[in-house]
Design a protein around this ligand. Structure first.
Ligand SMILES: [Mn+2]
Length: 263
């Protein structure tokens, strides 16, 4: 009866199977959480997505690559040269796979385990209750008739600063960018989405979790930031993106019965 969080799989199906074997994973007894970016760039996005969708006990949140798949499938976004998504679109169960993805949240909170799962992070000026409310706002849109319009207009880097008065697509775009693309903010708390290096490579910027006025959220586990890599700040902030798709490892964080990394 273990619960594990798995880092960014990105279609690395063989590595996922190897990690699960290493964990002695039992799909009837154990639960897997995935921190998003299930697909893309790796060799086998189709097998990965199908395997996760069919797991009896799983939680996953949406990453930027998962949202890209939904937009690409609707012909809203062009194919990126490095995309490895076409096997999904050619699959007989394409609609079930895409519908599964479309119904996943941006944030998952487990009060009993005292842990919150997101793809990139929680914007530092949101506490947990605000983050839960804002993720729901977007999830409702993604599941509704305006999903296509949202996917079409979610791309862009503005607005950079959160304001509760934001409305419509500017509001949704900020929420999606914060949950799925954020790494750094500046001293004013603006999203600095262009920066993707390690913290030391951007000394003028602040990792979102180090922002001095960050509001309390409780422990958070996330991926997305391969150049941050395996990271644990005070058992409160856990990064699990160890760059499997870039030749690195796939990592799990065991939540129960005992907190700890498994590589
Ligand atoms: Mn990502």
């Amino acid at each position: 009866m273990s619960t594990y969080v798995i880092g960014d799989v990105q279609g690395c199906y063989v590595q996922l199977m190897a990690l699960l074997e290493h964990l002695h994973f039992n799909e009837r007894a154990d639960t897997l959480w995935f921190c998003g970016d299930l697909v893309n760039r790796g060799k086998d996005s189709l097998s990965t997505l199908r395997f996760i969708k069919n797991l009896p006990h799983k939680v996953t949140v949406l990453g930027n690559h998962d949202l890209h798949l939904l937009a690409y499938a609707q012909h809203i976004r062009p194919k990126h040269p490095d995309d490895t998504l076409d096997d999904i679109l050619a699959a007989a169960d394409k609609e079930e796979l895409l519908t599964f993805l479309q119904h996943q949240p941006l944030l998952h909170h487990d009060a009993a385990l005292n842990m919150t799962l997101v793809h990139a992070g929680i914007y530092p000026l949101w506490d947990l209750a605000i983050a839960q409310r804002l993720s729901k706002e977007v999830e409702v849109q993604l599941k509704g008739p305006l999903c296509g319009a949202l996917l079409k207009d979610m791309y862009g880097e503005q607005p950079q600063l959160w304001d509760e008065k934001l409305t419509g697509i500017d509001r949704y775009r900020f929420i999606i960018n914060a949950f799925t693309r954020m790494r750094f903010v500046n001293a004013q708390g603006e999203l600095m989405l262009f920066a993707d290096g390690a913290p030391a490579s951007h000394p003028d910027l602040i990792p979102w979790f180090d922002f001095s006025q960050r509001l309390p959220t409780g422990p958070i586990v996330f991926g997305h930031w391969s150049r941050l890599g395996l990271f644990n700040k005070d058992n409160q902030i856990f990064c699990l993106d160890t760059g499997c798709v870039w030749g690195g490892k796939l990592t799990a964080l065991r939540l129960t019965p005992k907190l700890g990394f498994v590589e």
